[in-house]
Write a protein that binds this ligand. Sequence first.
Ligand SMILES: [Zn+2]
Length: 288
Amino acid sequence: MTTPLTVHLPYNRDGLGATFVPAKRGAKPAEANGHWLIVQDQRLVVIRDGYGFRLPKGLAPNGLDPSLTANPLWLGTLASTECWVTSLPREAPIPEGLVAETLVPMQGARLSDDLLSLGGMAMQLIWWETTSGYCPRCGERTERLEGEWGKRCPRCRYEHYPHLHPAAIVLVKDGDRCLLARKAGWAPNRYALIAGFVDNGESLESAVAREVKEEVGVDVTDIRYVGSQNWPFPSQLMVGFVARYAGGEISIDAEELEDARWFPATALPDLPSRHSISRFIIDHYATE
Ligand SMILES: [Zn+2]
């Protein structure tokens, strides 16, 4: 039995190391001064810096409508500097000296992994803000638990916290062959792993077996965990597995997939970018 590799991937906060400390109850700084994570759609507003990018730092950046930065969300502290999150409407102009860079790997993300991880958390925080305004139990407007991401209902006292949705993603192997699949609309010849959300009452392993059976019609065994990735589009936790083919012919679910087929591990098709756990698993386990 091999030990799973450490998964160094963007969107996993681990990559920021101990330099990042998430927001804590009761500790919110009085003044919004520090790093600014300004999100417009799925883009992060940054400053060009040589061949890379950096975050605006200090008080709210000039040129932004003050109402957009008056009450930012507190994400936490990066290397002793507070991180503040706000969102820009889609049509808002980007102030001079700033650029909006995509946070989405499939759109050719150019930001560093650290900025992708911070921007991913900022997107998740904004998503949570826009989906947690009312109590899911009684419908009353919720209140923030000061200094953290949770919300409380003043009427029924229900407390809820950011929702993450677990999804299983799996590399199916048969000797030195890998079973990969593609969806309609992907780049030509682009294939990736089979993935799907975990259902109520289901273990991760049974979700793997069910998704593979439903999407491509084959059975798997020897399902083993190899790592995970937080995926902020909008709030998945991708749980990665490798499984061994145990029988059956490929028969795709045409509503989910355009194609699925076996590839020799030495002749794989076009794969997702290095930012995703799909690629990480293929790179590390296709030929093991
Ligand atoms: Zn309530």
